[in-house]
Design a protein around this ligand. Structure first.
Ligand code: BGC
Length: 732
């Protein structure tokens, strides 16, 4: 009987086995990725291969329907999930279920100097992208802040390659845990918006490797980014979306990048270069009136029929094609085709909380004379709020990062909510700047028109100023063209509109003023000595007003530090001092080489308005003596930091290293470590930095990376211009 039963079992099992269709290798997620990619590749026709290398709509590309390989859907990025657009247009499609959480701009994230906040940001925005069923998030951006005039600095992570490299990695890793790829942009040397499609950046190899590439390299090698976006402009005479040196040789060969290179929208210009110079997936090329031979539209894209024709008649090699297809398949298998993705979530209490925390940690207290902040509501009865940016919604506008936020709390709304009836809040506009209300058809719903003249606006504000206990001025830049916005640079570093005049007029009657600079860029502050407080608030998104109120009232102790230098004037910046910024020229020579930001200021001995790494707190921190010891191939530098004030706070302890002698000139010192530590009043913590030999190298254009033996000094402190302790070490 037992025998009969087991025979029966074998027969049943065999039948079950024969009835189960065998899963194709490319669909079997238990198989190694490369095996699946090869299997899919081997099944695809030439037409199918070409079809997946270019867009089919503004933001999507085709899959391989016959094989069940889905479409890829991309979305901007990098501060929230862009509203759905019409198939072929930039305008929003008018859906009612596509609003998002607007997270603080990336300059704010960089200003947190907190890898924990970067991870929280990536997790949250990744979940929103996942919920909206996006496969590729177009961000983060890590172009280096070269000039305060660049209109897109607000989307990037500042002037320092080490800081931006460290800060982008957790964001990337956390986004990708959602089965959503990042697309790191804009690789590379896209450091201005002026003539962004046509200028050729002339950059020496040392600056390229030491300043402009490290953050991208970190994104690829440490973050494991699955895609990268080519920049619009040119380098060595080739557009960066099809640039042999940058894409083939550096990104794919030197760095072993196995993901896909995606063109910026409309960044591909030449079919033959697009084929051989490393572009894998083409988006945004004009869809009207392109080569009529191919009927215009998406079929006329460089990597569409023009490519197909070249493959058919042997002008293009199938090996190169297959490499592109593999990369796009990898991207697809890691995202769209992945079956066990989380469901994601959107506008959740957790995401609102994350946005508020990141904003709170990124706000930078630049000046706080007489401890004007936090406000003590016991002693204040009238608060005068002045300035357009107190009432303006900033998540709409500025280019591709424009959002349709489900909710945006303006500064004035946040203050009113937090202060309630504990003090009277009077608002005065002060100046009229920009009336932008709609962008890509997303409407803020706020009518900003004001018929008053400049003089009248100032007079009305001043009339309320004399008896105010404190004046909170909200100004800075905004998201309209020529400000912090894509497609054009700023004309000047000064505050636009009548803002300087308003601040001067207010200060003439009442010097209890705090200026809140809402921007992603440095601005001139000719009135700096006439105000007690200055706060850099960035573009903070959904939670703007709440995060600002948290800091104003001391619920959050500010702990952000500047990720870029505020020069006093434009000429204090290297690119401008050397007349090496040319908005009208087709060639822009980066004459300052590696001397970007604080590297220039320190070399020239120029005192900035606010230095890189600067940021105050409502408490004070004391630093002990830095100690250094050998550890493996490198060194460990440690220092004790104590909170000497009355409230708890977070300090960002910064490590800069100076190479005391080298055969190539080096910066005075360079950031090589940072740690954000939370300290209760009276508490002391030991902070330790690891110095690896690679961190001490410089790039010699003749020899590559060089570690030169000799003496180095570790400078440990609270800012690049506030070094508290140093310790020397020797490399044998
Ligand atoms: C921008 C990119 C953006 C893309 C899609 C381009 O104009 O430069 O950053 O991701 O448009 O919106």
């Amino acid at each position: 009987m037992k025998h009969i039963l087991s025979s029966l079992a074998i027969i049943i099992m065999a039948a079950a086995c024969c009835n189960t269709p065998k899963t194709a290798v490319y669909l079997d997620e238990n198989q190694p990725l490369e095996k699946r990619v090869e299997d899919a590749l081997s099944r695809m026709t030439l037409e199918e291969k070409v079809k997946i290398l270019h867009a089919q709509s503004k933001f999507s590309s085709a899959g391989v329907p016959r094989l069940g390989i889905p479409e890829l859907w991309t979305t901007d990025g990098p501060h929230g999930i862009r509203p759905e657009v019409k198939w072929d247009e930039w305008d929003q499609a008018g859906w009612t279920n596509d609003s998002c959480t607007a997270f603080p701009a990336l300059t704010c994230l960089a200003a947190t100097w907190s890898e924990e906040m970067s991870a929280l940001y990536g997790k949250s925005i990744g979940e929103e992208a996942r919920y909206r069923e996006k496969d590729v998030l177009l961000g983060p951006g890590v172009n280096i802040y070269r000039t305060p005039l660049c209109g897109r600095n607000f989307e990037y992570m500042g002037e320092d390659p080490f800081l931006s490299g460290k800060m982008c990695v957790p964001y990337i890793q956390e986004v990708q845990k959602n089965g959503v790829a990042v697309c790191v942009k804009h690789y590379a040397l896209n450091n201005q918006e002026a003539r962004r499609h046509t200028y050729n950046a002339v950059v020496d190899d040392r600056a390229l490797y030491e300043i402009y590439l490290p953050a991208f390299k970190a994104a690829v090698q440490e973050g494991g980014a699955w895609s990268i976006m080519g920049a619009y402009n040119l380098f060595e005479g080739e557009h960066l979306c099809h640039n042999d040196r940058m894409l083939n040789r550096i990104l794919k060969e030197e760095w072993d990048f196995d993901g896909a290179v995606i063109s910026d929208w409309g960044g591909a210009h030449n079919t033959d270069e697009a084929i051989v110079n490393g572009l894998d997936l083409e988006f945004g090329t004009g869809t009207n009136g392109m080569d009529s031979k191919y009927g215009g539209g998406y079929d006329a894209f460089h990597l569409a029929l023009p490519y197909y024709d070249r493959l058919k008649d042997g002008r293009a090699s199938v090996d190169v094609l297959d490499d592109k297809v593999r990369r796009v398949l990898r991207l697809n298998f890691r995202t769209a085709l992945k079956s066990d993705k989380p469901t994601g979530s959107i506008c959740s209490p957790e995401h609102y909380d994350a946005a508020r925390r990141i904003a709170g940690e990124g706000i930078v207290l630049l000046k706080n004379d007489n401890n004007i902040l936090p406000l003590d509501l016991e002693k204040i009865s009238k608060i005068l709020v002045v300035g357009e940016n107190a009432i303006k919604k900033m998540t709409v506008g500025g280019g591709s990062s424009s959002l349709k936020a489900q909710y945006e709390c303006t500064p004035i709304a946040g203050l009113r909510e937090a202060i309630g009836d504990k003090a009277e809040i009077v608002y005065q506009r002060g100046y009229v700047g920009d009336l932008l209300r709609k962008y890509n058809n997303v409407d803020t719903g706020i009518d900003l028109t004001d018929p008053r003249s400049e003089e009248q606006l100032i007079a009305d504000a001043v009339a309320e100023a004399a008896d105010a206990d404190v004046i909170l001025f909200f100004g800075g830049l905004n998201k309209s063209r020529g400000q912090d916005a894509e497609g054009r640079d700023r004309d000047a570093m000064a505050l636009p509109y009548a803002q300087d005049k308003v601040i001067e007029a207010l200060a003439a009657v009442n010097d209890n003023i705090v200026v809140f600079n809402v921007s992603g860029n440095a601005v001139e502050m000719p009135w700096i000595d006439k105000v007690d407080g200055i706060v850099q608030t960035w573009f903070l998104g959904t939670q703007t007003g709440h995060a600002i109120a948290d800091v104003v009232l001391g619920k959050v102790n500010p702990s952000g530090k500047l990720p870029f230098t505020f020069p006093v004037k434009l000429e204090d910046n290297g690119a401008h001092a050397l007349d090496a910024y040319h908005p009208d020229s087709l060639t822009v020579e980066y004459k300052e080489s590696i001397y970007v930001g604080y590297r220039w200021a320190e070399k020239q001995g120029i005192k900035p308005l606010f230095a890189f790494g600067h940021g105050l707190s409502y408490t004070t921190f004391d630093y002990g003596e830095a100690k250094c010891r050998k550890s493996g191939d490198g060194f460990k530098v440690s220092v004790e930091v104590t909170n000497t004030g009355k409230v708890e706070g977070k300090e960002i302890v910064q490590l800069y290293i100076a190479d005391e002698e080298s055969y190539l000139e080096r910066p005075v010192k360079e950031l090589k470590g940072f740690k954000k530590v939370a300290l209760a009043p009276g508490e002391t913590k030991k902070v330790t930095f690891d110095i690896e030999p690679d961190m001490l190298k410089f790039y010699d254009p003749e020899k590559g990376w060089v570690l030169e033996p000799g003496e180095f000094t570790s400078h440990v402190g609270a800012a690049s211009d506030d070094i508290r302790t140093t310790v020397a070490f020797n490399v044998k």
